[in-house]
Design a protein around this ligand. Structure first.
Ligand code: HEM
Length: 306
């Protein structure tokens, strides 16, 4: 945290500058009204700044604050209390939503006014004398601007910092949540795969209990399902490890389920319409599978040559 002493030393502001500003105090007092008139003509002439100056009573109050600030430039004492007041002013401007741009341009107006005033009133003095006064004025105005506009940087840093922290927390929480869901999915898949193994064993028993054809066909269908469960588990583990989500696996699962249904349907001697419906569905799913596989090949980067 910079102190007023630090800031003054960075601007090479010394006792001579304080003395020069104090010397200018009577002149500033005599021209305070004129400068503030120009300051307000300027602010009221820009719709964006005029909007902050409200009604008659508010305008009078704010005008007094600006007039006091101007005269305070020449009081010769620039300590931490002076800096604190500038910081509060900066925060007051930020609070009302005034853009830093207007503070900078208003400061430019004050600077031009004072430089011209010194040029005019000290015209008979040597150049070096005018320069001494100019430099003191330039330094104190730059210091004022520096401290006041720091409030804008603090505000934007605060916003960035807060939103960054919030975003990071949100992303972290969502990642953990998704990871948890994926683990549940894997456990469910493992459980289902075990049930499919159980189903397979149960269907094999049909073979030994005489229903050979039914047992073999059903077991074949169940094996297909088991095969797809393995694919699903594999896909899920790859996704958890950061791999791509593969939609083809899901289409494959549905195809296998339909094939199994067709096998069972023939065993059950279902009506022809049911079997035709299943065959039609299988055909459509096959086409979808083919198209998705093709488009994935087109998107995937080609392996490097050589
Ligand atoms: C050279 C640039 C400027 C300086 C040095 C300056 C200085 C000040 C000071 C010393 C205060 C009193 C702060 C407090 O109550 O603690 C103030 C308040 C205020 N200034 Fe400025 N000002 C500048 C530019 C502007 C501009 C461009 C506007 C635009 C309209 C503006 C509008 C206001 C308003 C509306 C307040 C009252 C804020 C409140 O509600 O507390 N100022 N300014």
């Amino acid at each position: 945290m910079l102190t007023m002493q630090d800031i003054k030393s960075h601007y090479r502001f010394n006792g001579d500058d304080s003395a020069a500003l104090l010397e200018l105090q009577p002149l500033a007092k005599a021209h305070q009204e004129e400068l503030i008139d120009q300051f307000y003509d300027y602010l009221l002439g820009i719709p964006e700044t005029a909007a902050f100056l409200g009604g008659e009573a508010a305008l009078k109050q704010i005008r007094q604050k600006h007039a006091d600030w101007f005269l305070n430039l020449f009081n010769g004492t620039y300590d931490n209390l002076y800096m604190r007041n500038l910081q509060l002013t900066g925060h007051a401007h930020v609070r009302i939503g005034l853009k830093a741009h207007y503070v900078n341009s208003a400061m430019h107006l004050v600077r031009r006014y004072l430089v011209n005033l010194i040029e005019e009133k000290y015209a008979h003095q040597p150049q070096i004398e005018r320069q001494r006064l100019h430099e003191a004025v330039e330094k104190i105005l730059d210091i004022n601007l520096d401290v006041m506009t720091a409030a804008y940087q603090e505000e934007s840093l605060k916003k960035v910092f807060l939103s960054k922290r919030f975003e990071a927390k949100l992303i972290h929480a969502t990642e953990r949540f998704t990871f948890g869901l994926n683990l549940i999915l894997i456990l469910a898949l493992v459980g289902l795969s075990l049930s499919v193994v159980g189903l397979f064993v149960w269907e094999i028993t049909h073979v030994f209990s005489g229903a050979v054809e039914k047992g073999i066909m059903s077991a074949l269908g169940t094996l297909l399902i088991l095969w797809m469960m393995i694919e699903l588990l594999d896909n899920e583990i790859k996704t958890l490890r950061g791999g791509h989500f593969n939609i083809l696996v899901f289409i494959g699962v549905v195809i296998v389920a339909i094939i199994r249904e067709i096998l069972i349907s023939t065993l059950r001697h279902d009506p022809l319409t049911t079997q035709a419906f299943l065959a039609g569905t299988l055909l459509i799913l096959g086409m979808v599978y083919f198209l998705v596989a093709k488009s994935q090949q087109a998107i995937a980067p080609r392996p490097p040559h050589g």
